[in-house]
Design a protein around this ligand. Structure first.
Ligand code: LAN
Length: 650
């Protein structure tokens, strides 16, 4: 078997290196969420930006391709039931892109929208976007008050304490809401008003639908607390003082411009990048800020065989590259890919963030110096686990002997210090920032379709990555961080153990789901010093082995994340099997039958070109939304098989 495994790894590495890009990075398709492309098209329409013919065709092709047989669009491409928020926006997008109302796909979508009760039941983000297009009146919305940004910073409900993605999305939303920003009414507006609703526009009782939500969109129902807060805010909004509103809007605009500047107009994510462009259009139509902001959206668009999609981030470059490097370094013959590793090292080195942002505290930004982002330096928002995986890859390359292009020692130290600063009092690590408010703020989540978006939470995945990186940093700089890293490892391990469920599993948050979290849980504890025979590691393996399929593979369905339990997939998947296999090996079970069977499964699934087949989406965010990590099926099997090989006796 050993020879077979080695051949598979060699072919897998060759496949990987063949897909490396000229700048040394790997980047994967990052589609999945179904609200992104329609939001982009909405902005083009509101801002009067014509979409070139070829592109319009590509976008239409994509929308039709992902449309469900029942006519709906899902919250993500594999959500077969459908979602009114995305279907309503998707329908508008189809029409803006030139589809006739009578055309088959549009007619089907419209029928489905009507069957769900029309957009009065769309989740809140959908209503707000429709409002900016004149397709839903602002008085039918739950308020997004700009004045919240003027509250004293010490208050737990100040927006500066929100999870950065939510903060950055509700920032332009509050501006649009406060301004009642609305595109001028045209022929298409009037047609869409007729098509979307079941009675004449003037007769729809929108104000009574402020909290209405169709069953398909009511995935995380708003709480009574939020409803009460929304009613209070609506009462205030009806009597707001114009001078205070104007001051609040200025404050928001200042934060929006800061975010644009800090990210070269890319903005932290796909949603605020689209919304910020919309804000600039309404603030100064055709102005320089709009031009730059709108131009930056190009970087999110991607042409694929299925049509043109809007990616969930400006790229996956750093994350993919850090993992690809570690997978190749784990292989028996990294030298076969030496040139690829050198180029990857250049990319990793050149995309570390070197400095803190000016006035970062005033703009609620955590320090950045020494961090790595998910994508690249231009984007510039460092993340705890991206910093950790970047650091691990950098240290691995240096240790393997690539010293000429290595990340300078003081920057490795900066990264280590930044990592130490990300640890929360609980011992756990969150994503971009420290926890700034209690988890109770989730009770005020207005989104209806996402969970866990209000504040930072500590995650097993992030914690594990950070512990692994810190353990390596301690070895790299003897005596330098001995005490703080020692303490951090102890506290982090306690957090990971505390998160383990009685059945030995951990719930994953950023990929599907238990196999991903097991991979991190086991590696994190090992890095913090747990021996292979550790009871919690063995419990984790017991859980995994109980889920192994007859063919040796592991497969969990995307719904596992929302349901918080292992829902078996139709078949075993390469990435998930790789995570499980690697966890077994790291816990000392590499020589056992379950590990052998998992390895066999991966060997059998490998394709002639050395890669693994495209499979259902394995990425996720906020419990509900699946997202594509297209390269996971390329490097994780190589990595796991390499570890399996190294653990084989003899
Ligand atoms: C991402 C992408 C990267 C991802 C990892 C680094 C892989 C993870 O380990 C930590 C969380 C993080 C940073 C992450 C969080 C949620 C994001 C930003 C996304 C999945 C990409 C898109 C998504 C974002 C929230 C989409 C917009 C929707 C909102 C509810 C604001």
């Amino acid at each position: 078997m050993r020879a077979e495994v080695r051949r598979a790894v060699a072919r897998g590495v060759e496949h990987l290196t063949g897909r490396q890009q000229a700048d040394g990075a790997w980047r994967g398709e990052y589609g999945g969420p179904m609200f992104l492309l329609p939001m982009y098209v909405a902005v083009c329409h509101a801002a009067g930006q014509a979409i070139p013919e070829e592109r319009r065709a590509g976008m239409l092709r994509y929308l039709r391709r992902v449309q469900n047989p029942n006519g709906s669009l899902g919250l993500h491409t594999e959500d077969r039931g459908g979602c009114l928020f995305t279907t309503a926006l998707g329908y508008v997008a189809m029409r803006v892109l030139g589809a006739d109302a009578s055309e088959l796909h549009a007619a089907r979508a419209r029928r489905w929208i009507h069957a769900q009760g029309t957009p009065v039941g769309a989740a809140s983000w959908g209503k707000l976007l429709l409002a900016t297009l004149g397709l839903y009146p602002y008085d039918g919305l739950s308020p997004v008050l700009p004045e919240l940004w003027l509250l004293p910073r010490a208050l737990p409900i100040h927006p500066g304490r929100l999870w950065c993605h939510t903060r950055q999305v509700y920032l332009p939303m509050a501006w649009l809401f406060g301004r009642r920003a609305c595109a001028p009414e045209g022929e298409l507006t009037r047609a869409l008003r007729r098509e979307l609703y079941d009675r004449p526009w003037a007769e729809v009782p929108f104000a009574a639908h402020r909290h209405s939500v169709a069953a398909c969109d009511d995935r995380y129902p708003i709480t009574r607390l939020y409803r009460a807060a929304a009613e209070l805010m609506a009462a205030y909004d009806a009597r707001h003082r114009p001078a205070l509103r104007a001051r609040a809007l200025d404050e928001l605009y200042d934060h929006i411009c800061y975010e644009d500047q800090a990210t070269q107009d890319l903005d932290i994510g796909p949603v605020n990048s689209v919304l910020n462009a919309l804000v600039h259009h309404f603030a100064e139509p055709g102005g320089e800020r709009f031009r730059r902001s709108f131009a930056a959206l190009e970087q999110y668009l991607q042409e694929t065989p299925e049509g043109i999609l809007f990616n969930g981030y400006n790229s996956t470059a750093l994350w993919d590259t850090a993992f690809a490097v570690q997978a190749i370094l784990a292989s028996p013959q990294p030298a076969a890919a030496r040139a690829a590793l050198e180029r990857a090292q250049d990319f990793i080195r050149d995309n570390q963030v070197l400095d803190d942002l000016p006035e970062h505290a005033r703009y609620f930004r955590h320090p950045s110096r020494g961090g790595w982002p998910f994508s690249d330096r231009a984007h510039g928002w460092p993340i705890s686990d991206c910093t950790a995986e970047g650091l691990k890859a950098a240290l691995g390359l240096e240790a393997w002997g690539l010293t000429r292009g290595a990340v300078p020692a003081e920057r490795l130290e900066d990264a280590s210090r930044l990592l130490l600063g990300y640890q929360n009092p609980s011992g756990g690590f969150a994503t971009y920032e420290l926890q700034r408010a209690g988890a109770w703020l989730e009770w005020l989540n207005p989104s209806q379709v996402f969970a866990g978006i209000m504040v930072e939470h500590p995650y097993v995945e992030c914690t594990s990555s950070c512990l692994q990186a810190l353990a390596r940093a301690r070895a790299r700089f003897p005596g330098r961080f001995e005490r703080p890293i020692g303490r951090a490892l102890e506290r982090g391990a306690r957090f990971i153990r505390g998160q383990q469920r009685p059945d030995g599993s951990w719930v994953g948050s950023w990929a599907v789901c238990f196999s991903y979290a097991a991979w991190f849980g086991v590696r994190g504890l090992r890095a913090a010093g747990a021996a292979p025979g550790d009871r919690d590691l063995q419990r984790a393996c017991g859980f995994l082995i109980g889920k192994q399929r007859g063919d040796g593979g592991f497969g969990e369905d995307g719904s596992s994340c929302a349901e918080r339990r292992w829902v078996p997939a139709a078949e075993g998947l390469a990435a998930q099997t790789a995570w499980a296999l690697s966890a077994l090996v790291q816990a000392g079970l590499g020589g056992t039958e379950p590990a052998r069977r998992a390895a066999r499964f991966l060997l059998a699934r490998q394709e002639a070109d050395g890669g693994w087949p495209r499979e259902p989406l394995v990425g996720v965010f906020n419990h509900s939304t699946l997202i594509d990590y297209d390269n996971y099926r390329r490097y994780f099997p190589v990595w796991a098989l390499s570890e399996y090989d190294a653990a084989l006796p003899g």
